[in-house]
Design a protein around this ligand. Structure first.
Ligand SMILES: [Zn+2]
Length: 315
């Protein structure tokens, strides 16, 4: 295992793991919310929260093992959507501390000395629900979760799936107080040209790098082939100042709707737009050729995809 994520990237490409929430939803341990509301609006309430960490820890432990065996050098604690307000909307607000602590503990247990453990921090959804006036509340929520992850002794943080750059920059400010290295990746929808508050991938990359991220990039929403041009634009914007990170989704999007969470197939018909594992093998090859520092998978990526990615990196 590399001593730190920064050493790892220095030595070559680091292989992350895949998407936990969608895989555990398919296995029956996570609630998508689709029986109660229209999912995919960006404003969702109960769906896709990580209470599996305390309710069915064996299911989460098992998935960590699968990713590790597939070649992941990093295990992400399943702390995605584990800010207090999001958990409260799902009925688990009182368990904020225990969910974050348990998720990190499980990842550390499985990782041992074989992998690094990252704390995952996602958008709060409050910028989508309430607009920029939510900034103060967002700061408190992200700060609380990031302190919980630091206390649980993650090796570094992954700030991911932010739609608004403004919210990402708040997260990066909170993260800076921990002294932990940070990977920062935006998610672009409804278009790949600009994030929800109007910044291009290149502008996002620059601003995230200036705010202290060690690696910047994109995650979720697009399949590898559609994400690659965005990563190249980010690379040009930041040069060699910081590394590039990518965790694409494993779903086929369209020119008209280049983000899978806005497609009609999300969340109950995703099997029909799954991309092949070969796309991830090819992405691994390209990522290594282009000097991308960190590659993993997001939604739709189970161990099959991470194994293919690892093979591609090694080809
Ligand atoms: Zn995703």
């Amino acid at each position: 295992m590399a001593l730190s994520i920064l050493d790892g990237v220095q030595q070559g490409i680091v292989i992350g793991d895949g998407g936990y929430l969608l895989e555990l939803e398919r296995r029956g341990y996570v609630d998508s919310g689709s029986e109660r509301e229209k999912v995919g609006t960006g404003r969702g309430s109960g769906q896709f929260t990580p209470e599996v960490a305390i309710e069915n820890p064996d299911a989460l432990r098992g998935l960590h093992h699968e990713f590790l065996r597939a070649g992941a050098q990093v295990l992400q604690a399943l702390t995605f959507f584990a800010t207090r307000e999001k958990l409260s909307r799902a009925g688990f607000g009182a368990h904020t501390e225990s969910i974050n602590a348990a998720a990190v503990r499980l990842a550390r247990e499985v990782a041992g000395t074989r992998a690094m453990v990252a704390g995952s921090v996602a958008r709060t959804q409050l910028f989508e629900r309430e607009g920029p006036s939510a900034a103060g509340h967002v700061r408190d929520l992200l700060s609380e979760q990031i302190q919980l992850l630091k206390a649980a002794e993650v090796h570094f943080l992954i700030l991911e799936t932010f739609f608004h750059l403004e919210e990402m920059l708040i997260g990066l400010k909170c993260a800076a107080t921990t002294g932990l290295p940070v990977i920062a990746t935006m998610s672009f929808r409804p278009t790949t040209e600009r994030c929800s508050d109007g910044y291009t991938p290149a502008e996002c990359a620059k601003r995230m790098a200036n705010a202290g991220a060690a690696l910047v990039g994109a995650n979720c929403e697009q399949e590898p082939a559609r994400m690659l041009p965005m990563l190249r634009a980010m690379r040009v914007a930041v040069g060699d100042r910081v590394g590039i990170a990518a965790q694409p989704a494993a779903f086929r999007t369209t020119d008209q709707t280049p983000c899978f969470t806005k497609l009609g197939q999300f969340p109950d018909d995703l099997e029909t737009i799954q991309v092949s594992r070969k796309d991830f093998r090819e992405f691994g090859r390209q990522a290594r050729r282009e000097g991308i520092g960190y590659v993993g998978g997001c939604c739709g990526c189970n161990a099959v995809y991470i194994r293919a990615l690892a093979h591609g990196v090694a080809d």
